[in-house]
Ligand binder design. Structure first.
Ligand SMILES: Cc1cc2nc3c(=O)[nH]c(=O)nc-3n(C[C@H](O)[C@H](O)[C@H](O)COP(=O)(O)O)c2cc1C
Length: 195
């Protein structure tokens, strides 16, 4: 951290996997543990509660409560950390659905939650080439939303089942190092956006 950062950065971490033993969620837990400093990282736990996107309900008055809460948390966060699995060469529908709800401001009164938001992406997959395409698909979404996405390092945790212990702790040294580099790059973006 530099002297310009008055308080720790607030990072909202979102996993695209709902399953309890998700490697992607475990990566986010590892981000809390190995955070190089200067960041308060909170893991978003309510992705399951986000209803299917409905434009007819996408107003400040009509939005489902879970969506309003997610939008608030994203708007209050200094940055996002998003870990996505690869589902059918893309990101899971539940994650895309949440991002759709975060991409709009039809009444032009609230601001766009993802606009210029510093975002770091990463992903885990048990396959040899898994997560590469999913992360590209995720990055593509952030072109439309005009988010400020960390370009490097890319953190592709392939053969993910080899990188965690039986309790779900990230044990792979290279992945830990990459994760720390990613968090530092996100921090730099946040500090640049504050300056
Ligand atoms: C519906 C579905 C589609 C999947 N499609 C792919 C895929 O296209 N490429 C791939 O490498 N793995 C694919 N997988 C495997 C997931 O990447 C794997 O289950 C991953 O570990 C899920 O992440 P998690 O551990 O965070 O739950 C798919 C899994 C599911 C359930």
């Amino acid at each position: 951290m530099t002297a310009t950062a008055a308080r720790p950065s607030r990072i909202l971490a979102i996993s695209g996997s709902l399953r309890a033993a998700s490697h992607n969620t475990q990566l986010l837990r590892a981000a809390l543990k190995f955070n190089p400093g200067g960041q308060d990282i909170e893991i978003y736990e309510d992705l399951r509660a986000i209803p299917p996107y409905d434009l007819d309900l996408d107003t400040p008055e009509l939005r489902p409560a879970a969506v309003t809460e997610l939008r608030r948390r994203v708007q209050e966060a200094d940055g996002l950390l998003i870990a996505t699995p690869e589902f059918n060469y893309s990101i899971p529908g539940v994650l895309k659905n949440a991002l759709d709800w975060l991409s709009t401001d039809w009444t032009r009164t609230e601001g766009l939650p993802l606009h210029r938001k510093p975002i770091a992406v990463l992903g885990a997959s048990p396959a040899n080439f898994g997560t590469v395409r999913a992360q590209l698909a995720l990055r593509q979404i952030f072109v439309w939303t005009d988010s400020d996405v960390v370009v490097k390092p890319e953190v592709h945790v392939f053969r993910s089942h080899e990188r965690f212990d039986a309790d779900g702790n990230l044990t792979d040294e290279i992945t830990i190092e990459l994760l720390q580099q990613l968090l530092s790059a996100l921090q730099s973006k946040i500090e640049a956006s504050r300056a």
